[in-house]
Design a protein around this ligand. Structure first.
Ligand code: SAM
Ligand code: SF4
Length: 337
């Protein structure tokens, strides 16, 4: 029998899922994610497309079967289709089961079909509102119509679409029913996400924006019949079926529900630092190992094994205390959502 490699952490969790941030740059400035004036990394700090290929290929050789490309906005990275096209060889060999991405959809009108051709089947699209003006407020620079065109192009190309919406008190709390209805009509799953204490927000207080998904679910239940469904997408969401639309709604609750027990993932940021847990500071420098050993992958494999052996049991975000516990200085756009 063929020996299948496995990456297993100290808590017996198999690591099969790698999220790769391919850029810290973005063409939007969502207020909960970035400040308006961001300083981005110089190019040499980023992994090149060749380095990304080498590193992802090594992870796949070691047992990773799902790859999610994220950012920043992954589709603004120059040449990114080369990376997707190159990764499709691992889909063809069967080593990689899923190649996917998280995007704000601004560039999907151009990339939907090429992504489909590269073997991408599903995309997660981040969209917090269906209101054009509110969209401009949340994203600061965003053009709602362009995003809608992108979503239409993805739909037309046959990509299955999941909408991710960050639940923001005082911003989109009046729209949750509309989002569920629209996604139901379009045949998209929708997942609500609690705002996490990432990055530097200046004077804004994250606790003012925080809307517990327990409350979101209660609000939805006033209008829709929600039935719990056991759906394991390899992600941290809990799902319900909306009986009236037949659509699915997911809830990602890093703050009210601890999903660490079944964590199967690690994250590679755009500088090649491997983060074993989104909510802990510890990381491992893969870029140095890559650049120090241009012709030998064994040191890279050793570094990956050593890093996985340090994967912590879980994170410790908590808004309920006086201070925001477990707050991270890192931006989501660095590590990738
Ligand atoms: N630019 C792409 C996008 O928006 O889909 C990919 C990167 S973005 C950092 C990935 C996800 O992280 C998005 O769904 C975004 O809404 C989410 N996100 C960003 N900052 C967040 C925060 N502070 N709390 C919760 N989710 C956040
Ligand atoms: Fe850009 Fe995504 Fe962050 Fe919005 S959430 S600023 S689209 S990286």
């Amino acid at each position: 029998m063929l020996h299948m490699p496995k990456l297993v952490d100290p808590f017996a969790r198999e690591v099969t899922y790698l999220r790769v941030s391919v850029t810290d740059r973005c063409d939007l400035r969502c207020f909960y994610c970035m400040s308006e004036n961001m300083t981005f990394l110089p190019k040499k700090e980023l992994l090149s497309l060749e380095e990304l290929d080498r590193l992802c290929t090594t992870f796949i050789d070691m047992g990773v079967s799902k790859l999610r490309v994220t950012g920043g906005e992954p589709l603004v990275r120059r040449g990114i289709m080369t990376f997707f096209d190159d990764m499709s060889r691992h889909l063809a060999s069967g080593a990689l089961k899923e190649l996917t991405l998280t995007t704000n959809a601004t560039q999907l009108h151009k990339f939907a079909q090429p992504l489909k051709d590269a073997g991408v089947k599903r995309v997660n699209v981040s969209l917090d509102t269906l209101d054009e003006e509110k969209f401009a407020e949340i994203t600061r620079w965003g053009r709602f119509r362009q995003v809608m065109e992108g979503i239409d192009a993805a739909d037309k190309a046959g990509l299955s679409i999941k909408i991710n919406a960050v639940a923001l008190k005082g911003t989109n709390d009046d729209e949750v029913h509309k989002m569920v209805e629209w996604c139901g009509q379009r045949g998209f799953d929708v997942t609500f996400i609690e705002v996490m204490p990432m990055g530097d927000m200046g004077d804004a207080d994250r606790r003012d924006q925080y809307w517990s998904l327990k409350d979101v679910r209660e609000e939805l239940a006033t209008n829709w019949t929600l039935t719990d469904i056991p759906l394991n997408t390899g992600g941290p969401a809990n799902y319900v079926r909306v009986e009236e639309t037949g659509g699915r709604v997911g809830f990602i609750t890093p703050l009210t529900h601890n999903f660490c027990e079944s964590c199967n993932r690690v994250r590679l940021d755009c500088k090649g630092q491997l983060h074993m847990c989104l909510g802990q500071e510890d990381d491992a420098d893969m870029r140095k190992v890559l650049r120090d050993n241009p012709d030998d992958n064994q040191p890279l494999r050793d570094a990956i094994n050593k890093a996985i052996a340090r994967k912590p049991k879980g994170h410790d975000f908590d808004y309920s205390r006086q201070q925001i516990q477990g707050e991270m200085r890192r931006h989501m756009s660095h590590t990738g959502g």
